[in-house]
Design a protein around this ligand. Structure first.
Ligand SMILES: NC(=O)C1=CN([C@@H]2O[C@H](COP(=O)(O)OP(=O)(O)OC[C@H]3O[C@@H](n4cnc5c(N)ncnc54)[C@H](OP(=O)(O)O)[C@@H]3O)[C@@H](O)[C@H]2O)C=CC1
Ligand SMILES: Nc1nc(=O)c2c([nH]1)NC[C@@H]1CN(c3ccc(C(=O)N[C@@H](CCC(=O)O)C(=O)O)cc3)C=[N+]21
Length: 369
């Protein structure tokens, strides 16, 4: 530790950047900013070059009037919540359970995905879901319908899958083309197969005390799972959810409340979202605005779950764009105690939770375990 201090102090004096050195130094502590239990930690890819600015070189409110050593400690110090690794662990658990079930009762869980239209991002997500199913031994069925399909055609596919005993989960990829009524379509999925958890009856049960939904929506479930697996306590904490969509923000707020957090929801009409957000011990951001949540929005030591997936132009990437979250990652790393990266945070967890919901469904239908 002493060596690290000396090294970082030297860097500070010289205003050089330790990450640029070959020794992968990343100043890291694991609980709160007041903790001095920091240690050397290897972060091979999570820290983009812009993270390497020192706090005292610019004036973010969270880092002004601190002495250089403290500035150094608060610099790039949050823990990275590695959703990709946790998702892998969960997929391994699912693989084992799927094979146990197949051996015991000869049932293989099946997931049917309905994709309407040719949005590139939707096609990518569906492809990823299919790959993930294969990786754990879940059967996947796919219906690709043209953009100009009628609502009735989609409903026919849903009825077919509702009746098909080899299908335990049905997912209709959103968004649907604008000429379709999303409500009618989501309502048509049999609730016992609603692995997305979007059916109003499932959401209603999620909202009510003493009731249990058959399925919890995958993205919010993935967020909570990350908090659990990183031992972040939720009970009694102040949580702010930014965004109130049916698929992420609203169910995320309901789940946090079920976990005994005190929850506020920030949306596009909230006056002073920054001040609201700064109260939070836990922030879930699901807005769809690249880098909206700045360092100054974050209470020191808060835990941040960044759901946003926003493409931004990037000439240096082979695709011509890169994905960033709703939270300014570099700034959050300096103020928060733990942050999910984008990509590699919530996204992989969403898919892992979909597989988990499909397994839960198959088990329930066959009274297994
Ligand atoms: N990682 C994953 O697995 C997933 C990621 N996503 C990503 O999460 C993000 C959100 O998705 P989704 O919930 O579907 O998006 P929606 O567009 O449906 O909802 C966005 C929400 O954010 C609110 N909002 C928009 N602008 C602002 C603002 N300036 N200040 C405060 N609130 C604002 C909106 O408020 P209002 O209600 O007032 O309009 C709305 O409630 C997207 O980037 C999406 O790609 C989505 C699903 C899964
Ligand atoms: N019925 C329905 N259910 C959904 O769950 C649903 C949906 N419709 N429509 C679209 C959103 C979006 N969504 C994502 C899932 C995984 C990643 C994901 O795996 N992201 C990777 C990056 C992927 C990449 O590099 O392109 C990551 O964050 O690391 C992202 C987004 C699910 N959604």
């Amino acid at each position: 530790r002493t060596t690290t201090f000396r090294f970082l102090n030297r860097c500070l004096r010289n205003r050089t950047i330790p990450m640029a050195s070959s020794i992968f130094t990343h100043c890291h502590y694991s609980s709160s900013p007041s903790s001095l239990a920091f240690r050397l930690h290897r972060h091979p890819f999570h820290v983009p070059p812009t993270c390497l600015r020192f706090s005292f070189l610019h004036s973010s409110p969270a880092s002004s009037h601190v002495d250089p050593l403290a500035a150094m400690v608060t610099e790039s110090s949050a823990k990275v919540i590695d959703g990709k690794a946790v998702a892998k662990q969960i997929r391994d658990e699912i693989t084992a359970e799927v094979s146990k079930m197949r051996e015991a009762i000869g049932v293989i869980p099946g997931l049917a995905v309905i994709l309407v239209g040719d949005r590139k991002d939707s096609a990518t997500y569906v492809r990823n879901k299919k790959k993930a199913c294969e990786s754990v031994g879940i059967n996947s069925l796919e219906a690709n319908l043209p953009e100009d399909s009628t609502e009735e055609e989609v409903l026919n596919y849903i009825s077919g899958y509702n009746e098909d005993p080899s299908v335990h989960g049905i997912l209709v990829q959103l968004p649907l083309p604008s000429h379709m009524n999303e409500q009618n379509i989501l309502n048509a999925v049999r609730i016992e197969k609603d692995v997305d958890g979007f059916h109003p009856l499932n959401i209603g049960r999620l909202a009510m005390r003493g009731r249990e939904p058959l399925f919890v929506p995958c993205t919010p479930k993935g967020c909570i799972e990350l908090l659990h697996r990183y031992s972040v306590s939720i009970k009694g904490k102040r949580a702010v959810v930014i965004g109130r969509s049916n698929i992420v923000g609203m169910p995320a707020a309901l789940l946090l409340q079920r976990e005994d957090a005190t929850v506020s929801v920030v949306h596009s009409r909230t006056s002073n979202p920054e001040e609201m957000t700064r109260q939070a011990d836990i922030i879930i951001a699901a807005v769809g605005q690249a880098n909206m949540v700045k360092g100054s929005w974050i209470k020191p030591g808060a835990v941040i779950i960044d759901v946003g997936i926003n493409p931004v132009e990037d000439a240096s990437s082979p695709r011509g764009y890169k994905l960033v979250g709703d939270v300014c990652y570099e700034e959050a790393m300096k103020v928060a105690s733990a942050v999910t990266p984008v990509p590699g945070g919530v996204g992989p967890m969403t898919i892992a939770m979909l597989l988990q919901n499909t397994l839960i469904s198959a088990k329930r239908m066959h009274n297994f375990e």
